[in-house]
Design a protein around this ligand. Structure first.
Ligand code: MEV
Length: 427
């Protein structure tokens, strides 16, 4: 990739945008053609889900200006909400003045859970399993020789005891499985099912559930960024005011779960958009994110904002990131395939680092707006376009009608329909 800075990109017609994008990504435009076509055909959809009748499309925008670990990256974002792509791109532009995002990931270790019931003595059952830990791990390692060759495989086995539950005591075995570049659900679920009869034989108990955990807290992605204070100033707001306003806004989310839910939703606006665009399982990412946000027993902010030693704004975000670059829809969905190619990512870890950076950029965009002029000003013109379309505007009418709704400060469907009707009657 040459650069993720594409000035004037938003002013180009759609087909020229694609050419510019391909040029920046160092790809022939044909590689990105699925973006303009309807990426997934009904026939392909029919092989993916049951009772398929067609597809459901989302807008795909490009997050610009991102630099992650010194690499320029163009970010595909599939999302229906206005302002998200623009907000992330603008914040990435500010962040690059401070050196870009620094992302890290832990090993891609997923957790599979196996519930063992009907045990007379939990500690005896636990002991019996732990004594055979090496054999059980070896059994899991046999399942997928390709994964093993790539450096993945079973890493550890833990036994958790639950003494008091609504159905009495039981054991839960955790199998820790390094799934490399896969999301890993299939590998982990297969491993759980393979271990089940062995666990029954070892303990004399009855295995019930065998399924991965979406609280993927051993597969974390984190990112950090610093924004020079002067870069934050705009309009009547000084850089210091914006910086301190952002930190105050973050403190609200750190202290209050009602605010933290919305704050984290803003992070997920960025995260989910990339997760969806790359064909990954966004429900898994959502489940992991919110469970991780509540890991202390109190739901709180996933991100942190503060001042560094030089007084600049610094932010960080850490969350589970179970995404893959192989398997699932990543290599089946034509748009997802093109999106991964455009990003030029070589591994799931690299993708995870980019996703979490987009989440932090999106969080910054929301906090900057909320802490200064409020969120509605930026939202209104884009929202007005959607209202105009919903009212039936087409072609050039859309921008004209949106501009009038904003000028009248009445961005409502009934007003949009009335204006449109009056225009059409007068022609
Ligand atoms: C809207 O989709 C997201 C925000 O509510 C996030 C936030 O409040 O931080 C703007």
């Amino acid at each position: 990739m040459t650069t993720s800075r594409l000035p004037g990109f938003y002013n180009l017609p759609l087909d020229e945008r694609l050419e510019r994008l391909a040029e920046a990504a160092g790809l022939p435009p044909s590689e990105l053609a699925p973006f303009l076509a309807l990426g997934l055909s009904a026939e392909q959809a029919d092989h993916m889900v049951e009772n398929a009748v067609g597809t459901h499309n989302l807008p795909l925008g490009i997050g610009l200006n991102f630099v992650v670990n010194g690499q320029e990256v163009l970010v595909p974002m599939a999302i229906e909400e206005p302002s998200v792509v623009a907000g992330a791109s603008f914040m990435a532009k500010l962040v690059r003045t401070g050196g870009g995002f620094n992302a890290e990931t832990t090993a891609p270790e997923m957790i599979g859970q196996i519930q063992v019931l009907d045990l007379a003595d939990l500690s005896l059952g636990r002991q019996a399993i732990l004594e055979k830990k090496a054999d059980l791990l070896a059994e899991v390692d046999e399942i997928d020789p390709v994964l093993k060759k790539l450096g993945g495989g079973a890493r550890d086995l833990e036994v958790h005891t639950f003494d008091e539950t609504p159905i009495g005591p039981f054991l839960v075995v955790h199998i820790i499985y390094d799934v490399r570049d896969a999301m890993g659900a299939n590998a982990v679920n297969t491993a759980c099912e393979r271990l089940a009869p062995h666990l029954e034989a070892l303990t004399g108990g009855r295995v019930h559930l065998r399924i991965l955990s979406n609280l993927a807290d051993r597969r974390l992605a984190s990112t950090r960024c610093t924004i020079p204070t002067q870069q934050l100033s705009f309009g009547e707001f000084s850089g210091e005011q914006v910086r301190d306003g952002i930190i105050e806004a973050w403190a609200f989310a750190a202290a209050d779960p009602y605010r933290a839910a919305t704050h984290n939703k803003g992070i997920m606006n960025g995260v989910d958009a990339v997760v969806i665009a790359t064909g990954n399982d966004w429900r898994a990412i959502e489940a992991g994110a919110h469970a991780y946000a509540a890991r202390s027993g109190r739901y709180t902010s996933l991100s942190t904002w503060g001042r560094d030693a030089d007084g600049n704004l610094s932010g960080s975000l850490e969350m589970p990131m179970a995404v893959g670059t192989v398997g699932g829809a990543t290599r089946v969905h034509p748009t997802a395939k093109a999106a991964l190619k455009m990003m030029g990512v070589q591994s799931a870890a690299e993708l995870a680092g980019i996703i979490v950076s987009v989440g932090l950029a999106q969080n910054l965009a929301a906090l900057r707006a909320l802490a200064t002029e409020g969120i509605q000003r930026g939202h209104m013109s884009l929202h007005a376009r959607q209202v105009a379309i919903a009212a039936g505007a087409a072609g050039e009418e859309i921008e004209k009608l949106a501009a009038q709704l904003v000028a009248e400060k009445t961005v409502r469907i009934d007003r949009a329909e009335a204006i449109l009707k009056s225009w059409r009657q007068s022609t």
